[in-house]
Design a protein around this ligand. Structure first.
Ligand code: ATP
Length: 311
């Protein structure tokens, strides 16, 4: 493909996510697990600007600690840009500038959001004109959470989490996210779950052959009823995350005693997601958490997936 410059600078914004439901099936022979996940995109965003370049380069800044983010070919956004270039036969590169607001290694899919943003931005920058289905296919090759960051809204993911279908969600859900500066590795949390299951630890849900999202979750999302959703949320990784970070259990208790309808580990953690009834309850909980010395962010969902921002 020629390197005729179609755009000079493309800005894309992509959201972080919470998993309102996450069931983990048995470990497969390749070490991966089948999962059933209900994702909701929430209003904490990664901003990415793509500009033409001969090479693939990246600069990362943000309102969160970005010291753990690789600045080379291991960065998921760079991998996304390279994959798209390969797919369309683009022989140039791109410079990516990322401003992160999603906590790094926080279980909120920040890296996946960056990859989704890079795919959408380079598609426009290079005038590739890929269909949504093509973008979804490439996204799935980059990681289980990347297709959802492209799609946004509320969705159910099965398989590795990447076989997605949009879910109907009415209204708005308010969340308070309690972030932690010390990130966690997702593979470590899955390993801990396997270890706990192998030991038949009490309170660990046994692995089912075919994980599915509980109908009560889908019902609550459709009804836009936070109370109903609070009764149905579940995260199979939670016990593993708490096994590795026992102090988080007290924080969940504190949130639930301070007005949250439900508190849970977000994805593989360590971010905690508290579902609250409305904006006022969110503010109250934020005050409590801040007074206890924790950073608390009020977000809402569902919000759109990776999209172009006209600058
Ligand atoms: P997930 O829940 O999707 O597994 P996460 O939200 O817990 O992931 P991320 O912030 O996406 O965590 O990053 C996990 C690891 O991936 C980081 O520790 C970092 O080494 C690596 N990484 C690669 N690219 C990026 C990126 N663009 N932003 C953040 N981390 C990245």
């Amino acid at each position: 493909m020629s390197q005729a410059r179609v755009s000079d600078r493309v800005h894309v914004r992509a959201p972080g996510k919470v998993n309102v439901f996450f069931e983990v099936g048995e470990v497969q022979s390749d070490g991966y697990h089948d999962v059933a996940s209900a994702y909701q995109a929430v209003s904490v965003y990664e901003d990415l600007w793509a500009t033409p370049s001969d090479d693939f380069t990246i600069a990362v800044s943000g309102t969160v600690d970005v010291s753990g983010v690789p600045l080379d070919g291991r960065n998921l956004a760079v991998r996304a840009a390279r994959l798209l270039a390969e797919e369309i036969g683009w022989d140039g590169g791109v410079h990516l500038e990322i401003r992160k607001a999603v906590p790094v290694a926080g279980g909120m899919g920040g890296g996946s959001a960056d990859a989704a943003a890079a795919l959408v931005a380079c598609d426009v920058l290079w005038d590739a004109g890929l269909s949504s289905a093509d973008l979804q296919r490439l996204a799935a090759r980059l990681g289980a959470d990347v297709p959802f960051a492209v799609l946004g809204g509320t969705a159910v993911g099965t398989g590795r989490g990447d076989q997605l279908s949009p879910a109907l969600a009415r209204g708005r859900f308010d969340w308070v996210l309690v972030t932690s500066t010390d990130g966690m590795s997702t593979p470590d949390v899955f390993d801990e779950l396997d270890r706990q299951r192998a030991q038949d630890t009490v309170d660990i849900a046994p692995a089912r052959r075919q994980p599915t999202v509980a109908p009560a979750v889908l019902h609550a999302l459709r009804a836009g009823d936070a109370g109903m959703l609070a009764a149905a949320v579940r995260n199979d990784l939670q016990a593993a995350t708490l096994g590795l970070r026992p102090e988080l259990a007290e924080l969940i208790d504190l949130g639930e005693r301070s007005g949250a309808l439900a508190g849970m580990v977000s994805g593989s953690g360590p971010t905690l997601a508290f579902l609250v009834a409305d904006e006022e309850s969110a503010l109250d909980l934020q005050v409590t958490m801040s007074a206890a010395g924790f950073a608390a962010l009020h977000v809402h969902g569902p919000v759109a997936g990776a999209r172009i921002i006209p600058d």
